[in-house]
Design a binder for this molecule. Structure first.
Ligand code: ADP
Length: 268
């Protein structure tokens, strides 16, 4: 059975139609890992060209429920990139100063310059996810944000920023397992945040909020991909493949060398 990663813009996402356990044609970790390693090499080469050319920026948005694998994806997939060309921005609870501005203020400042790859660990979508689910602002405020986000992303796209957005989709059972593992494993306990349990209780509300965000903000210039993420090895494979496909659509080339490069004599 096949499963789409995205839908045409304007179509409604129903998460029940997506299986977080899906692993495509792969049944074993080993096979998928080999393909992922090859993908990471390709990604590294593409990034080098993006950096050298300095014409495009790539913005990667990562959203997930807690323990959904954002950190693991950054480590295992984005680890392929040369750190010199990457900036990772985690979006936490807004500071007093950030809250005194419009919700996109802190986000716009973190957008990568041309030649760079920016990774958002959480993003402006929190302002229609946690903010909506926890009623941190009135509905009249958050419901306007979908259009505001689309306009913002359009502005970025028109200015050389290629945007790709990943929803790492895990099941509620998988989350429980990962939270339990965090609770029990000494090296993982630092990640255990009792506050995550409060969000877990609101799982269904979060899924509704995700469905709306995915459906309303899935555009040609900033598509959403739903990544089956219960199996980390399949998640890494799919994310790496989508990134390759995205970068290959850009017209990436090394810049021209200085004229008459052969004529220069390297001094002894
Ligand atoms: P993470 O879970 O991403 O590893 P944290 O444990 O520090 O990192 O969690 C960041 C928290 O900040 C999350 O609970 C998230 O919902 C919250 N957050 C991010 N952006 C906003 C926002 N705009 N408004 C309210 N809360 C936010």
């Amino acid at each position: 059975m096949a499963q789409p990663l995205t839908l045409p813009p304007g179509e409604r996402f129903h998460l029940k139609d997506f299986d977080p356990d899906f692993t495509g044609p792969y049944h074993k970790k080993k096979e998928a890992r080999e393909k992922t390693w090859a993908n990471l090499e390709r990604l590294n080469a593409l990034q080098e060209m993006l950096y050298a050319q300095g014409k495009h920026a790539l913005l990667i948005v990562l959203q997930a429920m807690d323990a959904g694998g954002k950190d693991g994806t950054i480590k295992h997939v984005m680890g392929a990139f040369n750190p010199q060309g990457v900036q990772v921005t985690p979006f936490k609870v807004p500071t007093e100063e950030e809250l005194a501005h419009d919700f996109l203020w802190r986000v716009h400042k973190a957008v990568p310059r041309r030649g760079m790859i920016g990774i958002f660990n959480r993003s402006h979508y929190e302002d229609v996810l946690v903010v909506r689910v926890r009623s941190l602002v009135p509905k009249a405020v958050w419901r306007k944000r979908y259009t505001q986000i689309n306009n913002f992303e359009r502005l970025l796209a028109d200015n050389g920023v290629t945007i790709v957005k990943f929803f790492l989709y895990i099941s509620k059972e998988e989350q429980a397992e990962r939270l339990r593992e965090r609770q029990e494993t000494p090296e993982k306990q630092w990640k255990f945040n009792p506050g995550d349990l409060d969000d877990r209780v609101l799982w269904d509300d979060y899924m509704d909020a995700f469905e709306d965000a995915l459906s309303k903000c899935n555009t040609r210039h900033a598509p959403w991909y739903v990544i089956p993420a219960n199996r980390k090895w399949y998640r890494n494979l799919v994310v790496s493949q989508v990134l390759i496909d995205t970068l290959e659509k850009l017209d990436l080339r090394y810049p021209d060398p200085p004229p008459d490069i052969e004529s220069f004599v390297i001094p002894e």
